[in-house]
Write a protein that binds this ligand. Sequence first.
Ligand code: BES
Ligand code: MN
Ligand code: ZN
Length: 502
Amino acid sequence: MEGLIFSKPPRVEISSGDPLEARVNSIIVPVRKSGEKPLLEGVAARADKLAGGVLSGAIESGDFKADVGEIVKGYHDGRIILFVGLGGDAGKPRLLENLRAAYARAVSFLLDKAESAVVIVEPTEGVEAREAVVGALLGAYKFDYFKTDKSKKRRLSLIYFTVAESVLREALALAEGVYLARDLANAPPHEVAPSKLARLVRDLFSSLENVEVEVLDYERLVEEGFGGIVAVGKGSKEKPVLIIVRYKGSGGEPVALVGKTMVFDSGGINLKPSQSMFDMRADKAGGAAVLGVTWAAARAGLKVNIVALLPAAINVPSGESYLPSDVIRMKDGTTVEVTNTDAEGRLTLADAIAYAAKDLNAREVIDVATLTGAAAVALGPFIAAVFTRSQDLLEEVKKASEVTGEKVWQLPLEDDYKPALEKKAPLADLANAAMRYGGAICAALFLEHFNHGKPHIHLDIAGPGIGLGGEAVKPPAYWPQGLAPGWGARLLYEYLKGKAGE
Ligand code: BES
Ligand code: MN
Ligand code: ZN
């Protein structure tokens, strides 16, 4: 089989001239409501006339209320005219979420029906316009690389938007970043085995300016004392690597973004039960998000200095695997007693965090990881746990979160739980897993040990990173059904954009 190629959103162009006259297969026309009443005015009213009054008919009959994502379909001149409800007035976070959802719903409806579309967006500038375009492009995402049946592949390949050039450029950068994050998170493990992933990342980023990719291979990791990454990854024939992507959009010390990139997590010698193993192909969702935001920042030319670190490994049992009760010497010299080989993510992350903080002189460290089942149990499929000692940084994360709709909730770094990490390690400095309860907090405390005093944000994305739980509650329309949504790439972009003062 050929190797995986990361996918891109449909081609985008600016729609100039009358969008209702464009030579395309389909047109998406938004319809707002005021109070309980759909607003039949402006371009919607004109489009309704062209489509023979389907919209006014649907409104009169009470069939269409312009609720978010509600759809009425008409035709004109061999084209589909798709009216989509945007809902009514709402506060900013809700409004942006409604826009993403409505446009995603409309575009995903057209995916296999039309080759080209005009998407009408009003207003044409500002964050509302950007999020409408982002929603539309994310709604066009399909992970169809391995489908050989052409009819199951996306047909929609060209979309015109009625927005300003700068809005379109930023939205496209974001969508590309999320596509990359989704593809990597959802990729079958052996398609992105560590060295292979390193090659893919090198190839992919070589097209961008101001970006450099460095790969520390297995031998280097052994030589330079990355004991955590080496221990976790050595059980597989596909040995671990540390992928480092640098984007220099400004001077100064870099912000380090560290992403858990467990290409597969079987649990290792402490093997997981099979029901909970399948999802672990998305145990690289943290690294995927980090790669996605780095791509988006570079494509958008954000004025930030990023060093992204992806410790990539496969955690499997074999005659060469690390063992429960092994003692590991980590990159910064800390010794760790392995109490559970399934608590592997914190070992790979700790090496990368210490390396970023001490050797790369990062000014701040943000790590993103599908780290603990406990975080997913606590907050469910749509909310990530955030840990930090800096309430200032927390506020910045929350501000970004309100814009992007990626929800976070702070959990405490409880000092009283810290002694457990030492108590469970009679031979070494720390145990990698210590308490049955408070699992997400213990993992966060473990990571904190390795930040060497640098400002640090830890995002445990075990729930939303993997895309769990869609069977019980419905994820947003711009998430791919049953797959990892690329969670965190947009959030971190918005966070970094705030830093850059743009
Ligand atoms: N990758 C898992 C965490 C996970 C589980 C994420 C389910 C998403 C859904 C992690 O490596 C893990 O196995 N954590 C263990 C830690 C325990 C052994 C201390 C867990 O949470 O059970
Ligand atoms: Mn694990
Ligand atoms: Zn894991």
